[in-house]
Design a protein around this ligand. Structure first.
Ligand code: HEM
Length: 378
């Protein structure tokens, strides 16, 4: 039996605070955006215009001359108001007949997701790693040429995408997040899953990830991404590069993103592989790069797929696709930088993960960018 104790995210708040403080915000962040996300109390303007219109109607009864002028003026204003109402309602994709999405309090939803992270019946006591994997697999199907796939749509709710081999085990994450969806029916699944990725990273001590709502769910299974868009763990550098270049990432961003393997573990009943990459699988650190560089990795002797174990303890693992980051000299440059400089890793990871979650999501460029406060700081 292994004598190793795996660190829990929830006992490492000091680390978490350190990383959050260290992480520099990426360029996409506007300095005018408040760090703490607040609920936006006002409803969509089209609703308030409608209320104004109803209140003004009784005043139209005046029969005097000046009254008639006022009446005509008022009628004109009302007509313009009504015109604006119908124009804006028809042109606003955010407006639903019952709820304006802008009223959602995303910090509250963040906190609700944070509340269901700790789970003593699951893996290392946290749903964080699998929430992060759900967010990544929802987004990582993007193809920049055809502009298909990506986190918009939440198409993993449907077969065949839910049954793709790469998505094995993710039903657990989708089912867990259902309780948050029930409390907030107006949030789309695609926003909920991408937000869960942000919550997982931040609550496990990672950097602040800028996040933008507004993803829309697809209604039909025909919107599913084709199988084979996510990386194959048995492959080497050229496959890894092809997959991530297809999404629009460069070598530096690829290495930063795979650094998420500091978290979680492999499961024989999901991917066929076995074991964690680090001794702290619920704390966001740069230790994936440190272990990759510092340990001697040997073939695991077993009947399962080819993978590597560390020679010293035999408790840590690497996938062939992780080893690709050592084999390719352009990837290795970044492995070495991130192993030395955790702050740089956190900064690059935050920017790359934000970019990942934005792939395939239509944006005007005027959206509000949210920065959530980790629950430990409340
Ligand atoms: C070359 C690219 C990648 C490959 C081949 C790969 C492959 C895998 C495999 C085989 C597993 C094990 C699944 C299981 O058995 O439960 C896994 C887990 C995981 N991956 Fe990746 N991955 C890649 C990139 C990423 C990226 C970019 C992220 C996030 C930004 C990520 C986050 C995770 C996390 C958090 C887990 C742990 C899940 C858990 O503990 O349940 N991976 N990955």
């Amino acid at each position: 039996m292994s004598s190793i104790r795996f660190a829990r995210a929830f006992s490492s708040r000091a680390n978490a605070v350190k990383f959050i403080a260290n992480a520099t915000r990426p360029k996409t962040v506007s300095s005018t955006i408040p760090f703490r996300t607040l609920a936006i109390p006002s409803l969509n303007r089209s609703y308030s215009t409608q209320q104004t219109q109803q209140k003004e109607q009784p005043e139209q009864k005046s029969s005097s001359g000046s009254g008639r002028v006022l009446f005509l003026l008022g009628a004109g204003l009302i007509g313009a108001g009504a015109g604006y109402y119908f124009y804006s309602a028809a042109n606003s994709s955010e407006v639903s007949p019952t709820i304006a999405k802008e009223t959602l309090d995303y910090q509250k939803i963040y906190n609700q997701i944070a509340d269901i992270l700790e789970d003593n019946d699951w893996d290392d006591g946290s749903n964080g790693p699998i929430f992060l994997r759900l967010a990544w697999h929802a987004a990582g199907t993007y193809d920049k040429e055809s502009k298909t796939g990506g986190s918009n749509g939440a198409t993993m709710r449907f077969a065949p995408e839910s049954d793709h081999g790469a998505n094995a085990g993710l039903k657990h994450a989708r089912d867990k997040l259902e309780s948050v969806k029930q409390k907030n029916p107006a949030i789309s699944y695609s926003d909920l899953w991408s937000l869960a990725g942000v919550v997982a990273i931040q609550e496990m001590g990672g950097p602040t990830i800028p996040w933008i709502p507004g993803r829309k769910d697809a209604d039909v299974a025909t919107a599913c991404s084709p199988d084979g868009r996510l990386p194959d763990a048995s492959q080497g550098p050229s496959h890894v590069r092809d997959i991530f270049y297809r999404m629009g990432f460069d070598d530096r961003e690829i290495v930063a993103l795979v650094g998420a393997h500091a978290l979680g573990r492999c499961h024989t009943d999901r991917s066929g592989y076995h074991g964690p990459w680090t001794f702290s699988p619920t704390t966001f650190t740069n230790s994936f790069f440190k272990e990759l560089l510092d340990r001697k990795w040997v073939d695991k002797k077993w009947k399962g797929p080819k993978q590597f174990v560390d020679k010293e303890s035999g408790d840590l693992m690497m996938l062939p696709a992780d080893m690709a980051l050592l084999q390719d000299k352009n990837f290795k440059v970044w492995v070495e930088k991130y192993a030395k400089d955790e702050e740089l890793f956190c900064k690059d990871f935050a920017a790359a993960f934000h970019k990942l979650e934005e792939l395939g999501v239509p944006r005007s460029g005027n959206e509000k960018v949210y920065h959530f406060k980790p629950t430990g700081e409340n």
